[in-house]
Design a protein around this ligand. Sequence first.
Ligand code: BG6
Length: 492
Amino acid sequence: ATERTALFMFFGGTGDLAYRKLYPSLFNLYHKGNLRSHFAVIGTSRQTLDDEKFRAAIKKSLADSGERADSKEASDFISHFYYQAHDVTDTAHYSVLKELADKLDKKYKLQGNRIFYLSMAPQFFGTIAQDLRSQGLMSDTEEAFNRLVIEKPFGRDFDSAKQLNDALSKSFDEEQIFRIDHYLGKEMIQNIEALRFGNTLVESLWNNRYIDNIQVTLSEKLGVEERASYYDNSGALRDMVQNHIMQIVSLLAMEQPVAFTDTDIRAEKVKALRSLRVYNVADAATNFVRGQYGSINDQADYRHEDNVPHDSTTETFVAGKLLFDNYRWSGTPFYIRTGKMLADKFTRVDVVFKKPLVDIFAFPQAPNAPLAANVLTIFVEPHAGFSLQLNAKTNDALFQTEPIKLDYLVDAEKSKETPEPYERLLHDVLKGDGTNFSSWPEVSYAWKFVDQIRRVWDLQEPQFPNYTPHSMGPAAAEELIQRDHREWVYRL
Ligand code: BG6
């Protein structure tokens, strides 16, 4: 491993995400040698804590995530952590942070490299970015880097996202901004590029001549849990479609990048998103459906979850059809769906190929079941792998065909070694590799698409609740695809 040098500053440093994901991920990078002696971490939040208490909390976070928190390695790692209480809206506070940052820079020889990680309410992103620059927290030497990492939600529509982006852009250039989409840190999402651009067999068929439709399903088994105050203001369309699903779809739809670099990959993703058809009112209404879960047994319906208003019209389920107006995809729809309180927790992509133009086995003397479509499935989670459904002859005297599957599943041992998304993404930030982050143009095209759906939905009072917990969503999600004489590959 190559050792990297940086000062991390976590705003929202005592938050759930930091303790659950970020610090354990940094520890893994430390363990693997990507971080060693030349790094330091400043945690900030409004809480009053001292270094000692903060370090105890880090130790607990490592223990909770299954690390050996009392090892010498862990205590060496933890000794690099510092805490500074900070009110992000108080400009004077930034000078205290600056002093600490400069001190740690000298102590650990950090060469001025700084990573500012904003893991807190987005309404403060703009102020923080501005004060980081105006109060001199950003390094101004040529060789040093300044990088800003932000967590979603990145706005709640195009206009607010643009406002936020304009505010950030006053302090940071686009190459310095790393917008986290943790789905891009997942092994099998990254594998889409290997599968497509590493295989003639796949890429030569990857178009509207051979692919009938593509289905992307992000299914969640849990309900809204403790996050209702955030979720009820967001809904599935903003929470999952605008970011994760749009990112997955753009990787599936893009042209081959010139080279495997962040600039080239982003350029192709942006081109793909530009050719995504933005619906007019009528098409948005027919091509997207929403749902909200009802109750079953002792499971409360969404409207009776804690902190959800009893008349909430927030959707906990979305299904939709996406159309690309370009040479590769014209006429081949992408169907997407996601929701809470569904049958199971999994993410998968099903690529459904066209059937042979002529089915020579369906001769009248020996009626064979009609040929099944070839389906390539990418299993993202919980199991990682691919499956390819083909037609083959049954092993008997008659000439009959049946669908068979070629399966590749990553074995459990290997899966255990797979780095967590946050570890990968933090590593990428350290390397300055923006491949697996959302660029501003991607975010903005995704919002423009989603805004149109939202606009139509906001005109009409939905009939909620409309789906049973542990199902695959409302009947309308079935109708959406059946209308096109197709069906979801994954069905109950
Ligand atoms: C988050 C959403 O971005 O992704 C959550 O805000 C959702 O609502 C989560 O539960 C799903 O992520 P994963 O990695 O568990 O599939």
